[in-house]
Write a protein that binds this ligand. Structure first.
Ligand code: 6GU
Length: 253
């Protein structure tokens, strides 16, 4: 899959060279192309920002350099839609990542300062996404979050040991807890069932933990998900056995 990113801070994307995304890029599973509006300025000072009409604090990204950078990206990736990262966008989630991973490519537009000229959004942006309800200093970190979430879903991105199918959210539930050696750590033992070798018992325990944690921590995820007969029974049992235990009532949103 091809990713083009329009950004004033291309050096931030070195972070993508680590781990799963780095390996995917080196293997050619994904391609990352960076376009810096500063390279498309025409004045001596290479100006990329300007004052907002109507006044107020902060600056707005200047239209022409941004538009030229975006046009170059579009010419290089004609099949890709333009995705603007902004706190005003719709909330990104795993389902959007799955849908994006089916595409040939995307052009990610990372704004800085107070944002970009609205007319550029109108003419040239196809979608707007936010990664959550907090303010970042620019769209770059949001773009990298989306890059990571999408790239790890691409065929060949994960090794045989990893598998996106098993991940949190792929089944609409939070993950079950994980343990590794030692068997006892500061008096706390690994749950006995995980050492039993009984694969069916382990599967049921993990499913119950995933259901229980989702019920405790993210009840709104459960409300959206249909439960099988087995899942309802496991969750019911979890709720019964955790009643009155500290931190064991669902949190309020
Ligand atoms: Cl996409 N951009 C910025 N600047 N802040 C954000 C965001 C995006 N998503 C959440 N906060």
């Amino acid at each position: 899959m091809r990713f083009d990113v329009v950004t004033l801070f291309p050096e931030m994307f070195r972070a993508m060279e680590s781990g799963v995304t780095g390996r995917a890029l080196r293997k050619g599973v994904a391609e990352l192309h960076l376009w810096n509006p500063r390279d498309y300025t025409e004045d001596l000072h290479r100006t990329v920002d300007d004052r907002p009409y109507g006044g107020g604090p902060g600056m707005v990204m200047k239209v022409e350099p941004l538009k030229r950078a975006l046009e170059r990206a579009r010419a290089a990736a004609p099949a890709s839609r333009v995705v603007h990262l902004t706190p005003q966008g719709r909330r990104f989630h795993q389902g959007v990542a799955r849908e994006m991973a089916q595409r040939e490519g995307v052009i990610l537009l990372a704004g800085r300062y107070e944002g970009i000229d609205e007319r550029l959004v109108e003419c040239c942006v196809d979608e707007e996404w936010s990664i959550g309800d907090y303010v970042l200093s620019g769209g770059e970190l949001a773009a990298m979050v989306i890059l990571d979430a999408v790239i790890r879903l691409l065929p060949g991105a994960l090794g045989h040991e990893e598998s996106a199918a098993q991940d949190s959210y792929m089944n609409g539930l939070l993950d079950f807890p994980q343990y590794t050696r030692p068997e006892e750590l500061e008096g706390r033992r690994v749950p006995e069932v995980l050492r039993s070798g009984d694969h069916e018992a382990i599967r049921r325990w993990r499913l119950q933990q995933a259901l229980g944690r989702t019920w405790l921590r993210r009840p709104e995820l459960l409300a959206r998900r249909r439960l099988s007969e087995e899942e309802r029974e496991l969750l019911e049992e979890y709720i019964q056995t955790h009643q009155g235990v500290a931190g064991s009532t669902p949190r309020e949103e």
